[in-house]
Design a protein around this ligand. Structure first.
Ligand SMILES: *[C@@H]1O[C@H](CO)[C@@H](O)[C@H](O)[C@H]1NC(C)=O
Length: 136
């Protein structure tokens, strides 16, 4: 193999497996909530919004810390599934980059949800993927 080809291979591998691989950090995934202003069975409704602020990574296996969480307004288990002290979001399915996921509950007071666990599924190499391609 010509030295130049070897060199290009090294660069390519570095891009694929080195620092070229996209990453995201947990602080880019935010959970906010607020009262909707509506009542459900005479209890105030709250809207929880989880936003994936990553640019190249989907969030997977997301769960919230939610011991003692109660709601009079039923939540579809495919949206939020209580399991011990945790609530599994969207059955752990991926939430794409830039996407917002939300659910609504109703109780006497706002429940302090916290993100317990999440994983990232990132694009292999945004630099290569992005080459010569117009990206939004
Ligand atoms: C809940 O929040 C989402 C996203 O922030 C919003 O699109 C939706 O309209 C809200 N729903 C209610 C009932 O407030």
């Amino acid at each position: 193999m010509a030295p130049i080809i070897k060199f290009l291979w090294a660069v390519l591998l570095l891009l694929l497996f080195g620092k070229g691989t996209s990453t995201c950090s947990t602080d880019k995934v935010t959970l906010t909530q607020g009262a909707t202003g509506n009542l459900y069975l005479r209890k105030p409704e709250y809207n929880v919004t989880i936003h994936n602020g990553c640019t190249d990574c989907a969030v997977v296996d997301l769960s919230l810390l939610c011991p003692g969480f109660k709601t009079v307004e039923p939540i579809d288990p495919s949206v939020l599934q209580p399991s011990g002290d945790y609530c599994i979001v969207s059955r752990g399915r991926q939430i794409d980059a830039g996407v917002t996921f939300n659910f609504i509950y109703a109780w006497d007071s706002q429940y302090p949800f916290k993100i317990a666990h999440l994983g990232f599924k990132c694009a292999a190499s945004p630099r290569l993927k992005g080459k010569g391609v117009a990206r939004p």
